[in-house]
Write a protein that binds this ligand. Structure first.
Ligand code: SF4
Length: 355
């Protein structure tokens, strides 16, 4: 098991040797440039961001220029990066920094978080990379790295897991020293190291564990669960709709009805259907069948947006009711069970009848 105090020194050493050092926002202490990169990187890959970053800075080299620019021009320079709310927040944020902080981004994470478009992880990245503040970041890459190394179960976006990850991220931070310049260098290497490890080595698909500085202690690697961690967002339970179906038998035949051309299973043959028991009783009465009916085991069928729970009720008429397919026609048919294969039936209805 990896000791928490050993995490940061190893990551920093790895970043200095194997991490990225030539990204355009790495070699500056200007919080404006660091903030701009962090916002652009929120939903976009590094490779796509670089050209936009240069072009944006060429037109808006500082926070005042950005704050004073027409919004249309900001949007135009952002165009192509997507998620345009980020561009609107960007300018509102620049205007707040000008108005409330005299054009200088605050050092304090609590203040940074109040700025438009700046979440906790972005605020921490700005504070760490611009000011050397000992603040943890926790973006998607970092969540992936931490859940794998420490074998953390559960969907990382769930509040309980996310809180636990923040606590873990805080406990892994490098120890501070008296020298402020040294702390700044360490925090920059550490923060960048987390991003680099997630982007270059501990990738979502096919992590390159052979190159990972944490391979020996990584729980996901040791247990062969790199593809399972972090766990995916739990699928939302689909709403369940109930349908009552009448299995009306006469001798060796069953009554089928053609479904309306539109709606689910449009145009297929099926059993008479009702949305509740009372409706089903009325439907059965039309064919001379009166309850009580036998409850058959329910059948569940999953559609894209809901589950259909079919509750079949069996009613039996004398064999003479099925007098040589007397109901045969366009919309209803007494059908011998041995001829079901000739009818286009929905899969769950066929399953129900063949069992
Ligand atoms: Fe990720 Fe593999 Fe490293 Fe574990 S060993 S942190 S899975 S790259």
């Amino acid at each position: 098991m990896l000791s928490k105090s050993g995490f940061a020194p190893r990551l920093v050493a790895w970043q200095r040797l194997h991490g990225r050092h030539d990204l355009p926002w790495q070699n500056t202490h200007d919080p404006y440039r660091i903030w701009l990169a962090e916002i652009m990187l929120q939903q976009t890959q590094v490779a796509s961001v670089i050209q936009y970053y240069h072009r944006f800075l060429a037109r808006f080299p500082d926070v005042k220029t950005l704050a004073d620019a027409p919004l249309d021009e900001v949007m135009a320079r952002w165009s192509g990066l997507g998620y345009y709310a980020r561009a609107r927040h960007l300018q509102r944020c620049a205007q707040r920094v000008m108005r409330e902080y005299g054009g200088i981004f605050p050092r304090d994470v609590e203040m940074l978080i109040t700025l438009p478009g700046v979440g906790r992880s972005t605020a921490s990245a700005i504070a760490a990379c611009a000011y050397g503040a000992p603040q943890p970041i926790l973006d998607g890459n970092v969540k992936r790295v931490l859940t794998r190394i420490f074998g953390i179960e559960g969907f990382p976006g769930a509040p309980r897991i996310e809180n636990a990850l923040w606590t873990l991220a805080e406990s892994l931070l490098p120890a501070l020293v008296a020298n402020q310049e040294e702390n700044l260098k360490t925090m920059r290497a550490y923060t960048q190291g987390l991003m680099d490890l997630g982007a270059l080595v501990c990738r979502r698909a096919r992590p390159d564990c052979a190159r990972c500085p944490f391979q020996e202690e990584c729980v996901a690697f040791a247990t062969g669960r790199t593809h399972e961690l972090p766990q995916a967002r739990p699928k939302k339970a689909k709403p369940v709709r109930r349908a009552f179906m009448l299995v009306l038998r006469s001798g060796n035949a069953v009554l089928l009805e053609r479904r309306a051309p539109k709606g689910i299973w449009g145009g297929l043959w099926s059993l008479p259907e009702a949305s509740n028991e009372a409706e089903l009783l009325a439907c059965a009465a039309r064919f001379g069948a009166f309850g009580p009916f036998t409850r058959l085991a329910a059948v569940t069928h999953t559609f894209t947006h809901f589950q259909l729970r079919i509750e079949p009720r069996l009613a039996t008429l004398p064999a003479c009711a099925y007098a040589g397919n007397c109901l045969a026609g366009q919309e209803q048919a007494w059908t011998p069970l041995c001829e079901l294969h000739q009818y286009g039936l929905p899969a769950p209805v066929r399953r129900l009848l063949t069992r």
